[in-house]
Write a protein that binds this ligand. Sequence first.
Ligand code: IPE
Ligand code: IPE
Ligand code: MG
Length: 236
Amino acid sequence: MADISSRPIPRHVAIIMDGNGRWAASRGLPRVAGHREGAKSVRRTIEAAIGQGVQYLTLFAFSSENWARPAEEVADLTFLMKHYLRSELGELHEQGVRLVVIGERERFGPNLAEELAKAEAKTAGNDRLVLIMALSYGGRADIVSAARKAIAAGIAPEALTEQSFTHLLSTDGIPDPDLLIRTSGEKRISNFLLWQLAYAELLFSPVLWPDFGAADFAAALEEYATRERRFGARPV
Ligand code: IPE
Ligand code: IPE
Ligand code: MG
């Protein structure tokens, strides 16, 4: 058997959870049924990440552009996020998960935004897994927001470096993702973590998000372990 003890484990895995609508459509169900089923995959994936020793897990749950969906679907997704938070927070806390939310949470209304802030505060001391939920998140908006902060702080142009700019992004303090997984066979970034994914290994899985489970997560980590990361340097 291969020695898995020395296998490189990605410290940070980011996932574009895609394919809920197609999962539902293939069963003749409304899209919301796919989103509901997708929430179960979230739970499975968090457990798998903890089991595999991953330290940071970022989940793209709602993009800046998803506001363009029909109001009914946006309402369903908002309801499900609230429901998920209420039903899962206790267990996440017990498992040692620290929740961090990135994106424009205020757009979901003051109630959800406040509940998210409380959940972050409650779990702030946990260190088994940092779970970063990207809600109403857009990579371009993140970069523009960082640029605005730099201007507002009066930073001199020559003082702005990649390093200092990184601290102005919503992901300040979180290492860049090592592995990006996108489910459902789509092969694009869809305005996810544009800056942070600069050197991530990309993995596109054909599995629809509601079907994604621990075995798929493990297979993704196996694939990651075979990748040679160079960061632009010449391999020795
Ligand atoms: C991902 O599933 C969930 C969100 C984007 C909120 P989709 O709803 O995009 O499902 P497909 O891509 O239409 O199958
Ligand atoms: C990306 O999926 C956003 C999330 C998974 C939250 P979309 O389904 O919105 O992306 P496109 O429209 O196919 O690029
Ligand atoms: Mg989609």
